[in-house]
Design a protein around this ligand. Structure first.
Ligand SMILES: [Fe+2]
Length: 145
């Protein structure tokens, strides 16, 4: 699927460029078609250490511990080997999409661990999570709710 990147905020749109960026409000003209926007592991069946430090790990919890029924939790961890959060190397943000529609951006600084807890109103669908490392770029993964 084609990926279009907002040159203002880095938001990635899948399939086509939106009329307006849902993160920063930039117009469609601010989006560039970018073929290699998201890193993919060289060998998905044998992940390198760099892959394991960046590919988001998604855990779906059918029962929310805070809101209760009607809320499904998705715990997102970057990655299976936790990524460092240091001033020169850190995860800048995590973006979440439900069925390819943007639902949230979580901005981070080195003061937090690279973990996000999403409380979803949806009871079904495909959750896509994309993270952006300030040095190693964008990585993503998906999970079925
Ligand atoms: Fe990194």
């Amino acid at each position: 699927m084609d990926t279009y990147i907002c040159k203002v905020c880095g938001y990635v749109s899948f399939g086509s460029a939106p009329e307006k960026c849902p993160v920063c409000g930039a117009p469609k003209q601010a989006f560039n078609l970018t073929a290699d926007a998201i890193h993919k592991p060289a060998d998905p069946s044998n992940l390198a250490e760099g892959d394991r430090k960046h590919i988001p790990v998604i855990e779906i919890r059918k029962q929310c511990g805070i809101v209760g029924s009607g809320c499904i939790d998705a715990i997102v961890k970057i990655g299976s080997i936790i990524h460092v959060m240091e001033s020169k190397h850190y995860i800048m943000y995590i973006d979440a999409y439900l069925d390819n529609n943007f639902i949230a951006r979580y901005h981070m600084t080195p003061s937090v661990n690279p973990i996000l807890s999403l409380h979803l109103k949806a009871s079904a669908g495909k959750l896509l999570v994309l993270e952006n490392c300030n040095i190693h770029g964008r990585w993503m993964s998906e999970a079925v709710i």
